[in-house]
Design a protein around this ligand. Sequence first.
Ligand code: FES
Length: 133
Amino acid sequence: MSKFVAVAKTSELQPGEMTRVNVDRQPVLLANVDGTFFALLDRCGHQRAVLSKGRLEGDTVECPMHFSRFDVKTGRLIRGPDFMRLIRFSEALRWIGRLSKEPRVLLSPRYFWAEDVPSYEVRIEGDTVLVKV
Ligand code: FES
């Protein structure tokens, strides 16, 4: 049975910031949205890119790889993957660079859709953020 694990001090993550922490060897995205902390599996529901390397906008996290967007409060897929953005030249170059390192991504039948990301319970005790996976 899992238990809450201390992962950070509340002062370490300002509103609008996110980071990666590890809980029981699970990569966890920890986000501060307007002073409230949320935790998700730090793997995109599309091709498992590291979500914490993406962008946090309000309560939405955008994957850095193909721009799927997830509700950081629930892990729910909002939209994506967004292949149209790859038409932008600079983003196409970035994507091709990644593809050269992971060519098998195009062979997956799951390439064209994404799924929700698991979310985790967060508790604040004093100035400590705890997560249960
Ligand atoms: S890996 Fe995140 S959108 Fe493709």
